[in-house]
Design a protein around this ligand. Structure first.
Ligand code: CMP
Length: 146
């Protein structure tokens, strides 16, 4: 399915200078960026974005971390974009991620895992997260460009 997916370089990835590498990987794979925003997430947006984890013991730490510095939020488009991005990111736990994946190449810490991508098993997660971070007029429609 040709689709859009939400992806975000987390504060640790930004601080370590990994934005360019991460963007390059998705470009090289053949996905198209249709939106990008360098921003700092506030408490309210963090709590909404991570709402499904509200009851987890790591929730407060997760919100503190994601609001601790700038992130680079993106929307990528392409064939099976959600699943492709998930595969390229690796497992949620970097320690379980294969070398060659983004988390497998750059991390070992479950909380500071460099990048977020929409869950492909959660129907609607993509559009929900895209809407949360972007207005529709901030997204490019490549079909309209000649
Ligand atoms: P992400 O894909 O952004 O979605 C939820 C995040 O919660 C996840 O990446 C991890 O960074 C974090 N997370 C998941 N499980 C734990 C945990 N047990 N302890 C700390 N952070 C966690």
């Amino acid at each position: 399915e040709h689709e859009r997916t939400f992806v975000m370089v987390k504060p640790d990835g930004v601080q370590r200078g990994l934005i360019g590498d991460i963007v390059s990987r998705f470009e090289d794979r053949g996905l198209k960026m249709v939106g990008g925003k360098f921003m700092q997430i506030d408490q309210e947006l963090a709590e909404e974005h991570y709402g499904e984890h509200e009851d987890k013991p790591f929730f407060d730490g997760l919100v503190d971390f994601i609001t601790s510095g700038p992130v680079f939020a993106m929307v990528w488009e392409g064939q099976d974009a959600t699943r492709q991005v998930r595969t390229m990111m690796g497992e949620t736990d970097p320690a379980e991620s294969a070398p060659g994946t983004i988390r497998g190449d750059y991390g070992l810490d479950l909380g500071r895992n460099v990048i977020h991508g929409s869950d492909h098993e959660d129907e609607g997660a993509n559009e929900r997260e895209i809407e949360l971070f972007f207005d529709e007029d901030e997204l490019v429609d490549w079909d309209q460009i000649d």
